[in-house]
Ligand binder design. Structure first.
Ligand code: GLC
Length: 559
């Protein structure tokens, strides 16, 4: 018999709504979303029933990686507004009983950050050791590591002839966390934002901050570069650094923290975010995103996912973290394509709506904190890209360039882009039928999905059967039910290739969640036990008939 429920906490009961500010709402017609734009849409966000807003980076940045290259951690990028706008937004979020979480990007800075400008000046610069500098080897880079955005992870700097490390773009040099002065500066900066009143941080690639060494890595697909991850992910001092961060900053605030942990496993999640670990509140896992091709493989092949893999990944995480650590649940974020295009069915409007609701039901009623990416609550779909010229994102462009250089045909490259590129997530929010979906009165920084005239927020707010209104009902149901918040998870019907079914149980109470992931009717014998009882939530009026689930049908039963 498992222990009753874990200790209650607001961040366990919360649902998080992720806003990608650049693409959310533009208030001044420059084509780029901004803080005033977000302020104008807080009613919409609050109405959905979420508790926390996570903002992607809004700090001053040259914008090479859309804000993940920060040149000043303590100011707001002028494209998004001013510090006064930010303070107003924070106050308005709080006034509505919601909280605000910022992105913390401290594995690297921008190459235009004053720290790096000083560091690169000379080998004796006082800030030299704030970054990772090495001599070249045999006339080339210090080792074979490839960067996440294509090309080598090292760039030679003219001033001194040495190379600096950048696990991402050359404009994103990695900070040297071994240096205590770097940690002091980061912790001070975090404190600055907490003192402004923010409620936590989503920590960008935080599992990469401690490097084990700089030997060559195993060759990546294509054979040109080596994989830095074995030496960079979950390095020897990462837990020490995070405990120091907790001791010096986090433990002083009642905050939500979530790590973006490359190479995460349930064992590691318990180390980083175990209830007694003294590090983070929760971590993201990427096993679910890897069911159709791993992060490192995703540009080479996308295989069709199997429901069996989704079940085994989620069941492993649900059971291994139970009572020890807390899950962070997501189908989408700014680095992923749209989930209904990937895991649902967009072959008809009816199927899009049903499958979007089914996906949300399946994942967000598991144990953990749901993270909803802007537009997911509308069931937004992927765009179609005819050529690479239509792509803004440097990760997509860099990886496609590497593949084309290796002779992969353009057709195959574009097929992968259309399936998996994160560019899909970055199309602006469609608010209404107005030109450019009401996102901007100017020219949007990237085009909207052309379907915005039908598929937009205004239409869905009006329609009681919309994906948006279903999300509202789903989040309200979850929030009001201890068994859905804290219950233990158990997989049911493990062999079914169509149905994902599971129970949640707590203190003698049971909830049953059944989801048909297929476009065919599916037998679901579990339903017999609930015959005659109406579901608490379903995506077909009245819920399942007999013991059969219709295409993409889902239902939730509560005792
Ligand atoms: C994370 C972010 C991604 C960014 C990268 C580099 O993976 O989610 O958007 O490009 O880190 O900061």
């Amino acid at each position: 018999m498992k222990a009753e429920q874990p200790a209650r906490a607001w961040w366990k009961e919360a649902a998080v709504y992720q806003i990608y500010p650049r693409s959310f709402c533009d208030s001044n017609g420059d084509g780029v979303g901004d803080l005033q734009g977000i302020l104008g849409k807080l009613d919409y966000v609050q109405r959905l029933g979420v508790d926390v807003i996570w903002l992607n980076p809004i700090y001053r940045s040259p914008g090479v990686d859309n804000g993940y290259d920060i040149s000043d951690y303590r100011s707001i990028d002028p494209r998004f507004g001013t510090m006064a706008d930010f303070e107003r937004l924070l106050a308005e979020v709080h006034r509505r009983g919601m909280r605000l979480v910022m992105d913390l990007v401290v594995n690297h800075t921008s190459d235009e950050h004053p720290w790096f400008i000083e560091s690169r000046q000379s080998k004796t610069s006082p800030k030299r050791d704030w970054y990772i500098w090495q001599d070249g080897a045999q006339g080339g880079a210090p080792n074979n590591w490839g960067a996440n955005f294509g090309g080598s992870a090292w760039t030679r700097d003219e001033a001194t002839g040495q190379y600096y490390l950048h696990l991402f773009a050359p404009q994103q040099p990695d900070l040297n966390w071994e240096n205590p002065a770097v940690r002091d500066a980061v912790f001070d900066m975090m404190d600055f934002w907490f003192r402004k009143g923010i409620d936590g941080f989503r920590m960008d690639v935080i599992s990469l901050i401690s490097k084990a060494g700089y030997a060559d890595g195993p060759l990546l697909p294509g054979g040109q570069y080596g994989d830095p991850m074995p030496q960079c992910a979950n390095g020897p001092r990462v837990h020490e650094f995070l405990r120091e961060m907790d001791r010096r900053v986090l433990s002083r605030y009642d905050c939500l923290t979530v790590g973006e942990n490359a190479g995460n496993t349930p064992e590691l999640a318990c180390r980083y975010a175990g209830f007694d670990a003294g590090e983070l509140k929760m971590t993201f896992q990427f096993d679910l995103m890897d069911v159709d091709g791993g992060e490192r493989d995703k540009w080479n092949a996308c295989r069709r996912w199997k429901l069996a893999d989704i079940k085994s990944v989620m069941t492993r995480w649900q059971t291994q973290l139970d009572g020890k650590a807390w899950n962070a649940l997501f189908w989408e974020n700014h680095d992923q394509p749209r989930s209904v295009s990937r895991f649902g069915d967009t072959s008809s409007e009816e199927r899009r709506v049903r499958s979007a609701k089914m996906l949300a039901t399946c994942l967000f009623l598991m144990q953990g904190t749901p993270y909803i990416f802007q537009g997911e609550e509308l069931g937004l779909v992927n765009r179609h890209f005819a050529s690479l010229e239509e792509i803004d994102d440097l990760q997509t462009r860099g990886n496609c360039a590497d593949r084309l250089a290796r002779g992969v045909p353009m057709e195959n490259v574009m097929a992968v882009v259309n399936y998996i590129s994160r560019e899909h997530a970055r199309a602006p929010m469609p608010w209404s039928d107005a030109p450019n979906g009401g996102f901007t009165t100017g020219v949007p920084w990237v085009p909207l999905h052309p379907g915005y005239t039908g598929l937009n927020a205004e239409n869905q707010l009006r329609d009681p059967d919309s994906v948006y209104n279903y999300y509202r009902a789903l989040l309200a149901l979850r929030k009001g039910s201890m068994v859905l918040l804290y219950g233990h998870y158990a997989l049911q019907m493990p062999e079914s290739e169509q149905v994902y079914a599971y129970t949640r149980t707590l203190n003698g109470q049971t909830a049953l969640i059944v989801c048909n992931f297929s476009g065919q009717a599916a037998d679901c014998p579990l339903l017999s036990a609930w015959a005659g009882r109406p579901p608490a939530l379903a995506n077909y009026a009245g819920g399942p008939e007999n013991r059969t689930l219709r295409p993409y049908e889902c239902a939730v039963y509560l005792e």
